[in-house]
Design a protein around this ligand. Sequence first.
Ligand code: DO4
Ligand code: MG
Length: 285
Amino acid sequence: MKLCRFKNKSGQVCIGWVTDDSTVLDLTPAGITQLQSLLESDNPTAEIDRIAKQKLPSIRLSEIQLCPPVERQEVWAAGVTYLRSKTARMEESNFSATAYDRVYAAERPELFFKSLAEKVVATGGPVGIRRDATWNVPEPELALVLNSRGKVAGYTIGNDMSSRDIEGENLLYLPQAKIYRHSCALGPWIRLGATEAEAREWKIKIEIRRDGKNVFTGETSVGQIKRRFEELAAFLFRSQSFPHGAVMLTGTGVVPPDTFTLQERDEIGIEITGIGWLRNPVMLV
Ligand code: DO4
Ligand code: MG
């Protein structure tokens, strides 16, 4: 089951159930005005099934504007959760290579703040590359949608846009490499009702197009994430509370070759089988 936020014709943000590839059922007339109430429920899919027994407006997906599937949640990210990510960071780093090696093996994961909800870019919106960076990449990641109790309520697709030259120069520059305007995209919607074992079967694919031509394609599998979702969520919630829930990106396992950097107007498409596609053009920020 897939849940989205979208803008209707009068600009009001609504909550929808994406029932198939082309149709959205508007749950707003049934009193569902926020995702949070559903994400906090012990059984959101049963609740939506019950709500959808009412007669509700059905809208064509092609006629709506999707909004980011976050409301008031902070967005956090885990890093170096795939072997591929560890190797790439060690190669790019000037003098902090052992930090990546150590965190990959350590009990405590690398977790960092990524974005406020209001700054998240939806599918279709532009993601940013920094003007003062020379080596910019997308990071296609599975995102866990956690409720206020730290339970995985659903999944979405995340792009943890990153400046590798800034991070590589000095690990202490990580927030500047990772947190800037339009550096976090989430979408297109939230997939509910999948267990971790099911999600671990999903594939993550990325394709980057420039002037209509493919310039990079990569693929990995969610199953290659080293840490369990519960383990990542438990660390995030240690000595911390998230009354509105949180979204956590789970790390990247696809790294373009070192000669590759994004350019303005590139088109990024990220697919996670089991969820859908997140598509964003690139702009300079
Ligand atoms: O340590 C740097 C960030 C790692 C990251 O974002 C990732 O592995 O996805
Ligand atoms: Mg990342």
